[in-house]
Write a protein that binds this ligand. Structure first.
Ligand code: NAD
Length: 490
């Protein structure tokens, strides 16, 4: 975007953790790059009775590392206004409308409005309803809504939530955040897949044996025990992030690189997700929970001993499984995933494992693997087979590694910065469409149901390992094995 946006941004939940850690810094980065300049203001709302001065000081503090000078930080913060607000109180929306109109005139924002719901989802419906009934959403200028995850806890609650939002906003105006989709390397999957002949032509079931997605965390539930115990890994990581990533890996080439065509292909993948029989479901998806363990001499406690966690909890802190996509491109190719807390190492990786070639000169040949590193390092690597130096003809794997260097990583936009930028530009490519959410819940609900009835075991795993043995055995059933197996240091 060359021009700066004209917009009044209203943040619900302005005193919260997400607003402080992510939203203010991301808005500031957009300000520094000129995407926001004089024609913008932010209304922060939350229950606390803050003054404008106090709100400004909160904003200044949250961007202190990023600002070139205290004056720059102050100038940015002067665009922030605070409105104490209870989301259930109609009177408060009337005041909000007055402030909105007043700021629109002061900043000449052309009635463009962006609403960011950064609070618990149970409030989304009432906020959307009031925005319309109290005339804050008035059809003038652009009006866009950003909602945080989780989008429902099952198909029923997600549908209900969606219905409530749709009474005020059209699907094209709703941007459902999946912050992983703002990550640089996820976005570069398009470049890797479609701008390289060597990948584009082999990105199908004839050449790819399996795809492996790992979202590994070293940390446990920390202070989020209460929330996590109600949610679990499947809802927290698989329904959204894992399936979104899968859709980018599995989709067909869009007719053009417009948001409409990309979305069409992504939605198709969700609709083509294979819905296995109950028996298959039991075998294809496994769950685990961490027990205590030791890593680099440091002891981790068991999940059931974590604060705010039920000591008899059956919630999974690890989930693993195999998805299939019923498309001509990928029919029969497993998309394995695993995600968990208290694993050996933090890292989000994708491994695309190509088919094994026949042996040559009587030597076994390792399959080619394309690895995409999403976090904490960004980059990719490709393993190929070469000849070892020497008189003998000995084949050995070599890998081409590319890691985004630290300066480039430092300059790469924060996921929230990139995503807010996209919303300002009305680009919904990196957000979840309702059809995607709906299709993913339909399948996840079935797994969730089976697990809640304890129809399959809850496998234990030692903190500091890469999950229970069952996750390794799962791949064996498909003649595969996890490519990423970080060394365990006790
Ligand atoms: P938080 O609990 O820190 O903040 C919640 C905010 O909502 C506060 O500003 C609070 O004042 C406000 N609020 C609560 N009840 C209210 C009411 N009745 N009327 C008006 N305001 C009210 O939460 P958070 O961590 O900032 O998360 C916000 C959203 O973002 C949640 O949906 C969460 O799931 C999602 N999210 C957060 C993170 C994160 O890193 N914090 C990551 C991913 C998603």
């Amino acid at each position: 975007m060359n021009m700066s946006s004209k917009v009044i941004v209203t943040i619900f939940g302005a005193s919260g953790d997400l607003a402080h850690r992510k939203l203010y810094p991301s808005l500031f980065r957009l300000y520094k790059t000129g995407n926001l300049s004089e024609h913008f203001a932010v209304i922060g709302t939350a229950r606390r009775p803050w003054s404008k001065e106090y709100f400004e000081s909160v904003v200044v503090e949250s961007i202190s590392d990023l600002a070139n000078s205290p004056e720059q930080a102050q100038e940015f913060a002067s665009h922030f206004y605070y409105q104490s607000h209870d989301v259930n109180d109609t009177e408060h929306y009337i005041k909000l409308r007055e402030l909105q109109n007043q700021l629109n005139d002061t900043y000449q924002a052309e009635h463009n409005k962006l609403f960011f719901l950064s609070m618990a989802p149970q409030f989304f419906g009432t906020i959307a309803k009031h925005l319309k009934s109290e005339g804050i959403v008035d059809g003038k200028g652009f009006e866009r809504l950003i909602v945080e995850k989780p989008f429902g806890t099952d198909l029923e609650t997600a549908s209900q939530l969606n219905k409530e939002l749709e009474e005020t906003f059209e699907e094209e105006q709703i941007f459902r955040i999946d912050h992983y989709l703002g990550k640089e390397m996820i976005q570069s999957i398009f470049a890797l897949r479609f701008a390289n002949l060597i990948f584009e032509n082999v990105w199908n079931r004839d050449y790819i044996d399996n795809v492996q997605i790992t979202f590994a965390e070293r940390l446990g539930v920390e202070e989020r025990g209460g929330y996590y115990d109600e949610s679990g890994a499947l809802r927290d990581m698989v329904q959204n992030h894992t399936l979104q990533l899968l859709s980018l890996l599995a989709m067909d080439k869009p007719a053009s690189f417009t948001k409409e065509d990309i979305r069409k292909e992504k939605v198709k993948v969700f609709e083509q997700l294979v819905n296995p029989s109950d028996e298959e479901l039991k075998k294809q998806f496994i769950r685990g929970q961490y027990r205590s363990g030791k890593i680099q001499g440091k002891k981790d406690i068991s999940y059931r001993s974590e604060p705010n966690v039920n000591p008899e909890s059956m919630t999974e802190t690890f989930a693993s499984g195999a998805f299939f996509v019923d498309s001509d491109r990928f029919r029969g190719v497993p998309f394995f995933f695993r995600t968990g807390k208290r694993l050996t190492k933090k890292g989000t990786h994708v491994n695309v494992v190509f088919k094994q070639m026949d042996s040559i000169f009587g030597q076994e040949i390792a399959p080619n693997v394309l690895t995409i590193y999403i976090q904490p390092n960004e980059g990719f690597s490709l393993s190929v087979n070469g000849k070892e130096v020497g008189e003998q003809f000995q084949i050995a794997p070599i890998s081409f590694d590319y890691e985004t260097d630290a300066t480039a990583t430092g300059a790469s936009p924060e996921p929230y910065e990139k995503l807010i930028y996209d919303v300002l530009n009305n680009d919904s490519t990196n957000f979840s469409h309702w059809n995607e959410v709906k299709a993913s819940w339909s399948l996840i609900d079935r797994i969730e149901h089976m697990w809640s009835e304890n129809q399959v075991p809850l496998h234990e795993y030692k903190s500091g390992t890469m999950g229970p043995q069952a996750s390794f055995d799962l791949l064996k059933d498909y003649n595969a094995e996890w490519v990423w197996q970080p060394a365990i240091e006790e």
